[in-house]
Ligand binder design. Structure first.
Ligand code: GCO
Length: 264
């Protein structure tokens, strides 16, 4: 029994934004658990091809598709191509996202809207065009990648927090509407991880780097590989009765109010 509980062999997993960073780490975990990975990015075909080679070097069956999750026409066309050329999408990880660090009072409205569009509207758009097949097959897994900013505010990331906070409720509403079709919709909320997105605030000696180390009970930045287990759990039979849950993988940040920097 346990040997099949986390086995996703033969499943097709679309992970948006999976050419690098946390998306790649989660997709690598899904691939090593047996899934075929649909690698997605919007920057360049060269970057996608390079990422596909990295997956294949790990023995993972991977196929790359370049499309912008914020453009519905591209989403529709690409999902149709994926389901024709590779197979029905069994697992969708809505990971693609951006962040703009600007104080709200100084933020351009267009910039605010772009963050909302990519980080909140796009997971809805991609899910809307994947859920039709999942409903017909009465099975599917959707994982929305949330954030510490789904629960906590921080200076300069107000648009991102608004999007990621909204993504929690979108996840719960997707679960509310789609669980009856045998589809489980949940979220993963990463804490602070060592990625390109956090590189600017992770420099040794940067005040934020010291702050995060002190604020995290595990006293370290997360390793992107720490997310693979959560992704496999929420993509496998092991989570067939889990709906609308946000699984925070944060080293304990949300468990504590924190402590003075001079306290052990
Ligand atoms: C920031 C960071 C965070 C992390 C992550 C935390 O500027 O505070 O980029 O947003 O990337 O989202 O969960």
């Amino acid at each position: 029994m346990s040997q099949t509980l986390f086995d996703i062999t033969g499943k097709v997993a679309l992970v948006t934004g999976s050419t690098h960073g946390l998306g790649m780490s989660m997709a690598m975990g899904l691939g090593k658990a047996g899934a075929t990975i649909i690698v997605n990015g919007n920057s360049s075909q060269e970057k996608i091809d390079k990422a596909v080679k990295l997956y294949k070097a790990e023995g993972i069956n991977a196929v790359g598709y370049k499309f912008n999750v914020a453009v519905e026409a591209q989403v529709i066309e690409s999902i149709n191509k994926i389901e024709t050329e590779v197979g029905n999408i069994d697992i969708l990880v809505n990971n693609a996202g951006i962040i703009k660090r600007t104080p709200l009072a100084e933020m351009e409205v267009a910039d605010f809207k772009q963050v909302i569009d990519i980080d909140l509207v796009s997971p809805f758009v991609v899910s809307k065009h994947v859920i039709k097949g999942m409903m017909e097959r009465k099975a599917g897994k959707i994982i929305n990648i949330c954030s510490m900013m789904s629960e906590l505010g921080r200076n300069t990331v107000g648009a991102y927090a608004a999007a990621k906070g909204g993504l929690v409720m979108l996840t719960k509403n997707m679960a509310t509407e789609w669980a009856r079709f045998g589809v489980q919709v949940n979220g993963i909320g990463p804490g602070y991880f060592a990625t390109s997105q956090t590189a600017p605030i992770r420099v040794d000696g940067h005040p934020f780097n010291d702050f995060i180390i002190n604020r995290t009970p595990a006293k370290k930045w997360g390793d992107p590989n720490d997310l693979a287990g959560a992704a496999v759990f929420l993509s496998s039979k092991a989570s067939d009765f889990v709906n609308g849950h946000i699984l925070y993988v944060d080293g304990g940040i949300l468990a504590t109010i924190g402590k003075p920097s001079n306290e052990e």
